[in-house]
Design a binder for this molecule. Structure first.
Ligand SMILES: Cc1ncc(COP(=O)(O)O)c(C=O)c1O
Length: 398
């Protein structure tokens, strides 16, 4: 008898998606819900980016590309990184010292979304016996991907302010610690790491010989930018303080192109070289026409969208503050308030109650060992935001 279960490895079975599935099951019958559960922008791909992808398809850009990405996109990425982080030297740079090229110069790799970059980075750098420090709360994929490659995720509690500080990390460092997954602006909290936190975490990683992976997929959605050496205002990043980190950035959120699957990794050339080799034998390359369109996207100014989200954040936080314990998110499009204590409900129970009022959000236990908070995504139109705020205030009073 054919028993499919026999063929499903424990590795797949170990991934528990029940928390989020439960929410979506409950939500399946909602009519016109206030949907605060969505992890993507509510704007569409800019027309110029769509046009570029369509033109690329028409011109025959439909074949495999070089694994590392098409030259025009690679060149743009190198340009962006060297402009933002003057301490980073491209592997092709004449400035490099010949013997240390692979140790200190950087290379980049165009990936199938930041998710693709995460998979390749973890496959390249960690395995059984290694520990990977990840923020709690943190992006749902992290702990599962770490387990998929046979390593051990170690959750670092960041409540109540959600900063992944060096002091919090230090408590969990062991001789087996191989990597830190750093994510700012963060999902699910929207918290932006301060410059001081970035500097200290880089120092900790250096001292203990740990690889720092900085997932900066929300970097453009940053409302707490700080000045760089050249005076430009940017989101704080550990890459300002070290070129020995792995930097992952994406197009999904910035340009509303989550379905197009584009991102990039930049970091020490020797590591990127191995990731490129693994990409060759897994994803092969990021979608060809999307790479062409990605190079066009990088020239666009998305600041009006970002400003609109900043306003939505202010509206949400100001309205909820009298009723919820809420740390002001400095970026992304999420907030992570605490379920009011007097309700005596877990995050899951609170969301069930919210769903009964036609509002959908994600309970904290989907992202965390604790079930005391919930994630709101305010990437929606102002009307829905207003409706949602009204329901949330009502729920807090009930
Ligand atoms: C923190 C974080 N990293 C990575 C990703 C994956 O993004 P991509 O669409 O680029 O694979 C997401 C998506 O929600 C995210 O929130």
């Amino acid at each position: 008898m054919f028993d499919p279960d026999r063929f499903i490895h424990a590795r797949a079975k170990a991934v528990d998606a029940s928390g989020i599935r439960r929410v979506f099951d409950l939500a399946a019958n909602l009519k016109d819900p206030v949907n605060f559960s969505i992890g993507q922008p509510d704007f569409d791909v800019p027309q110029a980016v769509k046009d570029a992808a369509i033109a690329a398809i028409q011109k025959g850009m439909n074949r495999y590309t070089q694994t590392q990405g098409i030259k025009e996109l690679q060149t743009r990425i190198t340009g962006l990184i060297t402009a933002e982080f003057p301490n980073w030297q491209p592997a092709s740079s004449k400035l490099r010292t010949p013997n240390s090229e692979l140790a200190t110069s950087f290379a980049s790799l165009v990936t199938s979304g930041v998710s693709g970059g995460l998979v390749l980075a973890l496959m390249t750098c960690v395995g059984p016996g290694d520990e990977v420090l990840i923020p709690d709360p943190g992006f749902v994929m992290y702990k599962h991907l770490v387990r998929l490659v046979g390593a051990t995720p170690v959750l670092v509690d960041t409540y109540p302010d959600f900063q992944l500080t060096a002091a919090r990390l230090a408590k969990h460092v062991t001789p087996r610690t191989k990597m830190i997954l750093f994510n700012s602006p963060g999902n699910p909290t929207g918290i932006v790491a301060t410059d001081a936190v970035c500097r200290e975490v880089v120092k900790l990683a250096d001292e203990h010989n740990i690889l720092l992976l900085s997932d900066e997929i929300y970097d453009e959605f940053c409302y707490e930018k700080t000045p760089r050496a050249d005076g430009s205002m940017k989101c704080p990043s550990p890459a300002t303080y070290s070129d020995r980190i792995l930097l992952l950035r994406g197009f999904s959120k910035t340009y509303g192109m989550t379905g197009w699957r584009l991102g990039y990794a930049a970091g020490p050339a020797a590591i990127i070289e191995q990731m490129t080799k693994l990409q060759q034998y897994t994803f092969v390359c990021a979608p060809s026409m999307v790479q062409v369109a990605g190079a066009v996207a990088l020239d666009l100014d998305m600041s009006t969208y970002v400003e609109a989200y900043r306003r939505k954040r202010d509206t949400l936080v100001n309205a909820l503050r009298p009723h919820y314990q809420i740390t002001t998110p400095g970026g992304a499009f999420y907030a992570f308030p605490k379920v009011p204590d007097h309700l005596k409900l877990t995050g899951q129970q609170f969301i069930e109650r919210a769903i009964s009022r036609n509002l959908l959000a994600i309970p904290g236990n989907v992202f965390s060992d604790r079930d005391t908070h919930f994630r709101l995504s305010y990437a929606c139109d102002d009307q829905m935001l207003a409706r949602g705020i009204e329901i949330l205030i009502d729920l807090a009073k009930s």
